[in-house]
Design a protein around this ligand. Structure first.
Ligand code: KG4
Ligand code: ZN
Length: 345
């Protein structure tokens, strides 16, 4: 794809698809600021409460945007464009970011670019950063977040094809739902990761549901954990507390095994030489290690996102907007937020 890359453009990226209000300013492909306000309120409820999320975005969007612009050392009149998450995500949350971006774009007289959230997770790899190398095309990307789990074949900027996806829960959702069963707060993924570090991944064997091709399934794992723990608690009510590290490590292993099995199959069948990981669950230490081992075993080059670009962030939205702007591509003229938006459509 022919791109007119330009280091002198500033893009504001706004992400409000779920429970993080995150705003970033980039100059060219370099991140100047990437400021995230995570909503703590959901921890009390064991998951994201959509109505509370949109209210919190309302409260956060102005101060977070102000901080992102001020700390970047620029004035808003220097912005070349505003990119925002159009979808997929929670509609009430998306509406806040989209409305704010469109109003600000109108006020400044600059383009407003609607961005696909899952495309942005992958595009985060193209941020210019000394800790990361951009993947070479074509590459296979495992995108794992709280709402999605996908295997994506990427042939060029903005050329992405989903070749496999979850048939039920997403990998992050599996982490969060098991955490809830264990009585841990939301989001459970990072807590399970930390607890697992002190546990034995082979202590318990939880189900690894099998589905054909490159698709995934995680709902059977959650049920398997639930039944195992219900049974064990009958003879020992403190079973979870006593074995929390081993349970966390075994659950994490089951999720990672399920993911790695399909990544391996996809690498072998596509002949991929470049492999990337993206999305919030890419912060998981066991998954990172397993991807490293797999890449060594199959002799493919692995690209891991920096932690700050793994979970939801405004910088990934800004960099995606940057590529659309410099390629002069308008993927959709529809600026309205949408809860459902298939990648590649
Ligand atoms: O991409 P993301 O920030 O938001 C969505 O687009 O959904 O992903 C959030 C998900 C949550 O399910 C969270 O529990 C999970 O990523 N997550 C992790 C870790 N850090 C975040 N899961 C496992 N281990 C982690 N270290
Ligand atoms: Zn995400």
């Amino acid at each position: 794809m022919n791109l007119m890359l330009n280091d002198n453009i500033y893009i504001l990226g706004i992400e409000t698809s779920c429970d993080d209000t995150s705003v970033s300013v980039i100059r060219g492909r370099k991140v100047l600021t990437n400021i995230t306000s995570s909503q703590k309120i959901h921890a009390l409820w064991g998951g994201v409460v959509p109505e509370l999320a949109s209210r919190a975005h309302h409260q956060n969007i102005v101060p977070v945007t102000d901080a992102a612009i001020n700390q970047a050392g620029i004035h808003k009149s220097q912005l070349s464009a505003i990119a925002y998450t159009r979808g997929p995500g929670l509609l009430g949350s998306l509406i806040v970011g989209a409305t704010f971006a469109r109003a600000m774009g109108l006020g400044l007289g600059i383009p407003v670019i609607p961005v696909h959230h899952m495309e942005a997770h992958i595009m985060a790899h193209f941020i210019e950063d000394t800790d990361m190398q951009p993947p070479e095309f074509p590459f296979l990307c495992l995108t794992v977040s709280g709402g999605h789990t996908q295997l994506v074949w990427v042939t060029d900027f903005m050329e992405m094809n989903v070749i496999g996806q979850t048939t039920d829960d997403a990998a992050g959702e599996a982490f969060d739902k098991v955490a809830k069963i264990l009585g841990l707060p939301y989001p459970g993924g990072p807590i399970i990761d930390a607890l697992a570090a002190e546990g034995n991944p082979n202590a318990f064997h939880f189900a690894r549901p099998e589905v054909p091709g490159f698709d995934f399934s995680f709902s059977g794992l959650k049920t398997s954990v639930l039944y195992t723990l219900e049974k064990a608690k009958k003879s020992d009510p403190d079973f979870i507390q006593k074995h929390i590290n081993d349970i966390a490590a075994s659950v994490q292993q089951a999720i990672v095994d399920t993911l790695i099995k399909k990544v391996k199959r996809a690498v072998l069948q596509t002949g991929a030489k470049h492999l990337a990981l993206a999305g919030g669950v890419s912060a998981n230490s066991c998954l990172r290690k397993a991807m490293q081992d797999l890449s060594a075993q199959l002799d493919v080059r692995l690209y891991l996102p920096k932690m700050s670009y793994s979970t939801d962030n405004g910088a990934m939205i800004a960099i995606t907007g940057y590529y659309y702007l410099t390629a002069n591509i308008q993927r959709t003229s529809n600026l309205n937020p949408t809860a459902r938006w298939p990648l590649g459509s």
